[in-house]
Design a protein around this ligand. Structure first.
Ligand SMILES: NC(=O)c1ccc[n+]([C@@H]2O[C@H](COP(=O)([O-])OP(=O)(O)OC[C@H]3O[C@@H](n4cnc5c(N)ncnc54)[C@H](O)[C@@H]3O)[C@@H](O)[C@H]2O)c1
Ligand SMILES: O=C(O)C[C@H](O)C(=O)O
Ligand SMILES: [Mg+2]
Length: 608
């Protein structure tokens, strides 16, 4: 069946544009002269034709020759490629990555239309720069890199002022907000106000993947202090130099911000990002039934991991009803989500993954009581059992009875657990680089699975539980491998290659946000999230899965985002939550054919 999402993906990359710039819109400009050249949203650089130069008071302010948009595009890409070539042999890879980020950021600050065009057309090359992993480096060095502000900053000192501050934002409408408090930036810990780089990077992905209008996105930093003493002692630190607010004081700041945002833009979707575990769960519980929000690290990550876990079953040549038998170990215990015998170190993200996996098993078997039996959870103190003191209630369903399988004991190390459990899947969301060490990976060779899976999902690259090369070297060439940050495929010799998947929530959050926005749903429900995960899981063909390819290439991010967005809209309609978007009401959404819904998804996201 013809479908618009695939049609869009089939347009040659070079001729694709940001949808928001593709459809001409009336644009009344009140600025003149120099002010236009310093406004990246309307600036065309040397691209202003003579008629516009005369009309807008630009004559004489630019070199005489008019350089077209296409020529500017080529010129930018040439300078980017020459930077790439000249730094190929440079050993300081961080310096190179930051130089690439700077050149892109400078373009953004000068000419947004050209920036988003090059980003969309070259997303595979540029995602690792504007997003993970380089964005982590940017946050770590933010005080030195800061030139121009992007997004909004609300601090603890702004208490009582937020309702008026929100009107300082120049855009009349905002559709999508990504909000952080900077308390857990990737696996880098508390970076305070410098964590603003994360909402900026996530929203650039929204524009690139979901075609959102860049003028209707808003990155937000809620600065409630920092517990990072190095930052507090740094005279160039850009945030409040005080310890983080806690308890009711903390929540009252978030409440006030939310009230201000929803007063001005009642239909904006708010994505919570990189909150430390306790606040990630607390805010999710507090707000998810009050307005349209989701926590990307808990809910987006869970769906991406579940899609990978289901793909792993297919890669073993089995049907999906084998999923409940898989042993899964999760490393990094925040909150949980569950499925087969997979070994997971759980975390906020890890608990999210196991919870969603449990839902999937329950749906398949109809037995909620035993759904978590093949899931094993570790935190920094080792295996979590029922003997664990101060056990987090969220981890209770995953706590094992000591003595189970191979004499498991409370606090068993990861190596002991892998040896005793022989898991099908080892999944890391611990934020600790290298915990899947040589011994642990070698122990995975004894896994009960014909095709063991290693998911080293922590970010950025140096925090990955292992590298791709280590996984294929020590755990064997027949594994499936996925990491949160990108790695090159691994050369296995004799013409063979180990495929590296990027198991990153970027494959879901843009589609979840787009679907939530266009459906006009009041909340993001479990059903909508599940529909998103199921669409991602079913996206890959059997042939691709057999090659160990569990996720689409990032080149296809627009296609998968449209598919996920449409699945979310359909789920919202099925749950009778869809209120529609602009002139498309709930009845229209419900009556739309699949083709029509894809078409509208794109047009609506771009044309208003
Ligand atoms: N790939 C993705 O899409 C994705 C999504 C979300 C989070 N992440 C990454 O996951 C990591 C964790 O994020 P989070 O929000 O869950 O953080 P978190 O701080 O909530 O959780 C980390 C957990 O790891 C546990 N831990 C620490 N050291 C450990 C060790 N040596 N062994 C076992 N467990 C250990 C801690 O007990 C904690 O529960 C980060 O690096 C983040 O970048 C990746
Ligand atoms: O930001 C990413 O790359 C994924 C995820 O949201 C994370 O926190 O690591
Ligand atoms: Mg995150």
């Amino acid at each position: 069946m013809w479908n618009l999402a695939r049609f869009v993906a089939s347009i040659p990359i070079g001729s694709r544009r940001c949808f928001s710039t593709m459809i001409p819109r009336p644009c009344i400009i009140h600025k003149r002269g120099d002010a236009i050249l310093h406004d990246p949203w309307i600036n065309k650089d040397t691209g202003f034709p003579l008629t516009e130069r005369n009309r807008l008071g630009l004559r004489g302010l630019l070199p005489p020759r008019v350089i077209s948009f296409e020529q500017q595009y080529v010129r930018f890409m040439e300078s980017y490629r020459s930077l790439e070539k000249n730094t190929q042999k440079e050993t300081d890879t961080s310096a190179v990555a930051l130089a690439k980020w700077r050149i892109l950021n400078r373009l953004h600050d000068r000419n947004e239309t050209l920036y988003y065009r090059v980003l969309i057309d070259n997303i595979k090359d540029f995602a690792p720069i504007i997003y993970t992993p380089t964005v982590g480096l940017v946050c770590q060095n933010y005080s030195g890199l800061f030139r121009r502000p992007r997004g909004m900053y609300f601090s603890a000192k702004d208490k009582g002022e937020m309702m008026s501050m929100i009107y300082n934002w120049p855009a009349e409408r905002v559709d999508m907000i990504v909000l952080t408090d900077g308390s857990r930036i990737l696996g880098l810990g508390d970076l305070g106000v410098h964590g603003i780089g994360i909402p900026i990077g996530k929203l650039d992905m929204y524009v690139a993947a979901a075609g959102l209008n860049p003028q209707r996105i808003l990155p937000v930093m809620l600065d409630v202090g920092t517990n990072n003493l190095k930052l507090i002692d740094n005279p160039l630190y850009l945030g409040l130099r005080q310890p983080r607010l806690e308890g009711e004081e903390y929540l009252s700041i978030i409440d006030e911000f939310i009230e201000a945002v929803l007063t001005r833009w009642p239909k904006a979707i708010i994505q919570f990002e990189d909150f430390q575990m306790k606040w990630a769960f607390e805010t999710l519980k507090r707000y998810r039934r009050r307005f349209c929000m989701f926590n990307d690290d808990v809910q987006g990550t869970a769906g991406v991991a579940l899609a990978g876990l289901l793909g792993t079953v297919r890669a073993q040549g089995r049907s999906l009803d084998h999923f409940p038998n898989q042993k899964i170990v999760v490393v990094g215990a925040g909150r949980l989500y569950f499925s087969y015998t997979i070994f997971c170190l759980a975390s906020s993200a890890g608990l999210g993954v196991l919870s969603m996996a449990v839902q999937a098993v329950t749906k398949m078997t109809g037995k909620a009581e035993t759904a978590a039996q093949n899931f094993f959870l570790l935190d920094k103190d080792g295996l979590i059992t029922k003997e664990r003191k101060n056990l987090d209630p969220a981890a209770v369903p995953f706590a094992k009875d000591p003595g189970q399988i191979g004499e498991l004991r409370e606090g068993d190390s990861l190596l002991e657990v892998v040896r005793k459990v022989k898991p099908d899947v080892l999944l890391g969301l611990s934020g600790v680089g290298g915990v899947f060490n040589e011994e642990v990976l070698k122990a995975m060779r004894e896994s009960g699975s014909s095709r063991p899976a290693i998911f080293a999902m922590s970010n950025p690259t140096m925090n990955a539980e292992c590298t791709a090369a280590e996984a294929f070297k020590y755990a064997g060439e027949n594994i499936v491998f996925a990491s949160g940050s990108p790695f090159e495929n691994v050369n296995l010799g004799k013409g063979k290659e180990g495929h590296v998947n990027q198991a990153n929530n970027m494959y879901l959050f843009p589609g979840i946000g787009l679907g939530a926005l266009l459906s006009g749903a009041s909340f993001v429900t479990d059903g909508m999230l599940q529909a998103a995960a199921e669409r991602l899981a079913s996206y890959m063909t059997d042939e691709e899965i057999q090659k160990g390819i569990l996720y689409p290439s990032i080149d296809c991010i627009r296609d998968i985002t449209a598919e996920v967005g449409a699945a979310v809209v359909r789920a919202a309609v099925a749950e009778e939550l869809a209120r529609g978007y602009l002139e498309v009401g709930p009845k229209h959404l419900a009556n739309m054919s699949e083709v029509c819904s894809f078409f509208l998804l794109f047009l609506l996201a771009s044309s208003h």
